[in-house]
Each structure stands twice: as structure tokens, then as C-alpha cells.
Design a binder for this molecule. Structure first.
Ligand SMILES: Nc1nc2c(ncn2[C@@H]2O[C@H](COP(=O)(O)OP(=O)(O)O)[C@@H](O)[C@H]2O)c(=O)[nH]1
Ligand SMILES: [Mg+2]
Length: 207
């Protein structure tokens, strides 16, 4: 059954890619309020599964809503969505929880992931440092997607790359997390980049 085969390639190994539909797992990370839930919602073909909770009064002291005045919900576990990039290739998107207190979920979520999108807001670039560190340390390929909020100064990709001290070659793309095509563009860049990285490592490992 097609859906079962799709599930079996969920780990992203890609065996039989010519015949079986391939489903790859992608993480969407970044600071609180940077647009992760928005991005997953904008690109997903299925109604995105969200686990948002009203920001509780208890959380008020720890959830930094500075610069995100309208935000009244927070993702406590994760966002989940799916997008078909082209016939036979779909991506399963997992939005990681934005707050430090949910870090324990990341190791679980990153199992078998092809790569990650780190969303960044140039007004609070430092918020994505933990995500950048996390993926660099675990050698999980990622692209940095700058979510271009109105009112934020427009930085060039190179400037962002320098400010985040990214490894050479790590792509930086500008996007609008609310826009489906823009989000899809980011995901395509990631798939291409991660594909190249994984292939290069495979070739390295065989000598
Ligand atoms: N102006 C603008 N607002 C955005 C954009 N992306 C997200 N937002 C808003 O910013 C807030 C936080 O976004 P959300 O996706 O919940 O952030 P998350 O915490 O990373 O999941 C929401 O109120 C969004 O509607 C964007 O590109 N431009
Ligand atoms: Mg969210």
C-alpha cells in the first residue's frame, strides 16, 4: 500500500526513491515568536496539528513576549504539517518548541531528520543561537531563514551569516513565513543543501 511504503521511508534513507514515494522529516526551529507555527501552517497541505496553549499567567514571567505583542498562545509540544515538494517527494514538518524549557523534546524530534530550518528575526538574532548551536553540534544540515517582519531592518544574507558566525556554505534565505510559496522555497533550498551534505558525507565514509 502506497501509504505504508511512504511511512517506511520516513527515516529519510531514500531507498527505492524511484518507485516508492519518499517522505522526509524536517525540523523547524528558532526563537519564541519567530514564525515557526506560521510557517508550518502556511505551507502544510494537511490541517496543521498544533499544540498551542494560551500563555498562562504562570508562564508570563518566563515567556518573553517583548517584540511579539500580539502573541497570546505558545506551542507547548510541536507543530506538525506535510507538504508535497514534487510528485513522490513529501516533507513532514515538525515545529520545535521555542522555549528553552522544552529542550528535552529536541533530541527525540531530531531522530532521523534530513535537516532543519532555523527561523530568524533580525531584531532578535540572538534568539536563534541555541538552535544554530544545536544543529551544528549534531551535524544536522540546516538553512537559516530570515523571516522578514515589517519594521525590521533588511539585512543581507551575508550579514546574517556573519552575525550568526555560520559555517561556510550554510545557506541563509530571506522569507515571509506567512507566504506559502516563500516557505516552500525555503524548504526546497534545505532539501537541496541537505541532500548535498548527506551525499558528501556518504562519499567521505566510503573513502
Ligand atoms: N508581520 C509578520 N508577522 C508574522 C510573521 N510571521 C509570524 N508573524 C506573527 O508573529 C507571531 C508569532 O508567530 P508564531 O508562528 O506563532 O511564532 P512561533 O512561536 O515561532 O511559532 C504571530 O502573531 C504571527 O501572526 C511575518 O512574517 N510577518
Ligand atoms: Mg509556535
Amino acid at each position: 500500500m502506497a501509504s505504508e511504503r511512504s511511512d517506511s521511508s520516513f527515516d529519510g534513507n531514500g531507498e527505492g526513491a524511484d518507485t516508492a514515494p519518499l517522505a522526509l522529516k524536517i525540523l523547524v526551529a528558532g526563537g519564541f515568536g519567530v514564525g515557526k507555527t506560521t510557517l508550518v501552517g502556511a505551507v502544510s497541505e494537511i490541517r496543521p496539528l498544533r499544540t498551542e496553549e494560551q500563555l498562562s499567567q504562570v508562564g508570563e514571567s518566563v515567556d518573553d513576549t517583548g517584540g511579539v505583542a500580539q502573541k497570546t498562545t505558545t506551542t507547548v509540544a510541536m507543530d506538525f504539517g506535510r507538504i508535497t515538494i514534487r510528485s513522490g517527494l513529501s516533507l513532514y514538518l515538525f515545529g520545535t518548541p521555542g522555549q528553552d524549557r522544552f529542550w528535552f523534546l529536541w533530541d527525540e524530534l531530531s531522530q532521523g531528520a534530513l535537516g532543519a530550518v532555523v527561523l530568524a528575526d533580525t531584531r532578535r538574532l540572538e534568539d536563534c543561537f541555541p538552535a544554530v548551536d544545536y544543529f551544528e553540534h549534531r551535524r544536522i544540515p540546516f538553512v537559516v531563514a530570515v523571516n522578514c517582519f515589517a519594521g525590521a531592518r533588511n539585512y543581507g544574507a551575508h550579514e546574517v551569516s556573519q552575525a550568526l558566525d555560520l559555517d561556510r556554505g550554510t545557506p541563509v534565505v530571506l522569507c515571509d513565513a506567512r507566504d506559502r510559496d516563500s516557505g516552500k522555497e525555503v524548504l526546497i533550498r534545505l532539501v537541496e543543501y541537505a541532500g548535498r551534505m548527506h551525499t558528501a558525507r556518504l562519499l567521505d565514509s566510503v573513502g
